[in-house]
Design a binder for this molecule. Structure first.
Ligand code: NIG
Ligand code: FE
Length: 417
């Protein structure tokens, strides 16, 4: 390829051009679609966007051309909540849940996150990288070009740093972009069970300063839930994380109505994630704090639960929503954002347009990359997906399948079916 690429004749070009901020309320419905659309890419960046007719005439020099007739062309999905570095699977627990055990019961019996921690600790950095490479391919082939990537299966100073190195190395290799988040506060590991203060002290005094000083992560996350960390523990962790220069995300109100979501607003978290049990008043607080709600319907459906986050109320109140897979071995082993769009539409009553906005531009803003990715606008990075359908609504509608026929990352065609 010449570094100059022209995509022409898209049945629908989903640009998502619009205000330079997360989209809220009615703005989430506007995908700024161009019919018979074209995108011109130069040196990995978008140089022009318009109808095929208007762009065809503008580009004089010879360029590589992709004819996207009959296809939807859209920005790459941005997945703003994943846990992609771990060893093993939890297929045994999947089977136990089918016989009636709950996620929390399995965790209380020593399964759950702990069992993945045990396996991940016993796996070398190089082996973990090799496993994560496979997941990176899965993300890309399903149309995701950037992911937020959490640690959380090391739970010791050394093992959490090992996971951060894996995330960093995978990002360096490309083409998938990974944005690192420290989730040392996932659960208290077994060896600290009777002295949880010591584990917190390790994070606060040893790990966070290293991660902050060496800029090993951009975000800090904490699982604030019964069986994980309390609100006051989460508050202390978040305060320290901010001091060392990390921005805040939080696993909040996943299984019970707690103060975690309010804490997110109080601490100025960039995102509050899950939010299945959030109330109307707290939604207003999150909106006023400028927090983005990251919703994870894959974790609800995979755990066989029935309560989804109140997405319509969030949209009504003007709280911006992002969607993510929550890719992890326990609660949501899917890398497929298209499936998440389907769940958002059928289980949370988002429209396909709202779901697309949540999975692209809003997700990009939740990672402070709204100026770079998440829409097809001049000057942005050329992360572009070709879908084998004519109407973007078919992507969630024909559910459980992969509509992606081509993936362009930073202007390079990296996958084509
Ligand atoms: O987002 N809730 C905490 N963390 C993950 C699950 C991790 C696991 O079960 O391994 C989640 O659902
Ligand atoms: Fe999660």
């Amino acid at each position: 390829m010449s570094g100059k690429l022209l995509i022409t004749h898209a049945a629908q070009l989903i640009t998502l051009a619009g205000p330079k901020r997360p989209r809220a309320g009615a703005e989430m419905s506007d995908l700024a679609v161009i019919e018979d659309g074209a995108v011109y890419i130069e040196d990995g960046r978008i140089a022009a966007v318009g109808t095929t007719d208007s762009l065809g005439r503008a580009s004089g020099q010879p360029v590589d051309v992709i004819d996207a007739s009959g296809m939807v062309v859209a920005p790459g999905f941005v997945d703003p909540h994943t846990h992609p570095v771990f060893a093993g699977t939890r297929t045994d627990e999947y089977e136990w849940r089918a016989s009636g055990l709950s996620y929390q019961e399995i965790a209380a019996r020593g399964g759950g996150i702990r069992s993945t921690v045990e396996r991940t600790r016993a796996t070398t950095e190089d082996e973990l990288l090799e496993i994560a490479r496979k997941y990176a391919r899965w993300f890309l082939r399903h149309g995701t070009t950037t992911v937020e990537a959490k640690t959380g299966y090391g739970l010791s100073l050394e093992a959490e740093l090992k996971l951060l190195r894996v995330i960093h190395r995978l990002h360096q290799e490309g083409p998938l972009e990974l944005v690192p988040t420290l989730l040392a506060a996932h659960i208290v590991p077994d060896e600290f069970r009777d002295r949880r203060d010591q584990y917190l002290k390790m994070i606060l005094q040893d790990l966070l300063p290293i991660v902050g000083r060496q800029k090993l992560a951009e975000y800090h996350d904490v699982f604030c839930e019964e069986g994980a960390f309390t609100e006051s523990e989460a508050r202390a962790l978040m305060a320290r994380a901010k001091e060392v220069g990390l921005r805040l995300r939080i696993h909040a109100n996943q299984f019970s109505p707690s103060g975690a979501a309010r804490l997110a607003a109080e601490m100025g978290a960039i995102t509050a994630d899950h939010l299945e049990y959030v109330d109307t008043e707290t939604i207003g607080k999150l909106r006023d704090a400028g927090t983005i709600a990251v919703l994870l319907p894959g974790a609800v459906v995979h755990l066989g639960l029935h309560r989804y986050a109140p997405a319509r109320e969030m949209i009504r109140q003007g709280l911006p929503i992002a969607l993510a897979t929550d890719f992890n071995p326990g609660s949501s082993p899917t890398p497929n954002m298209q499936m998440i769009l389907s769940l958002a539409c059928t289980q949370m009553d988002l429209t396909p347009a709202e779901a697309f906005t949540a999975a692209t531009i809003n997700a990009a803003y939740s990672l402070h990359r709204g100026h770079l990715i998440g829409s097809l606008e001049v000057g942005k990075q050329a992360d572009v997906i070709l879908f084998d359908c004519r109407d973007y609504r078919e992507i969630p509608y024909y559910y459980g399948m992969n509509h992606v026929s081509g993936v362009i990352k930073k202007g390079m065609l990296i996958y084509s079916k």
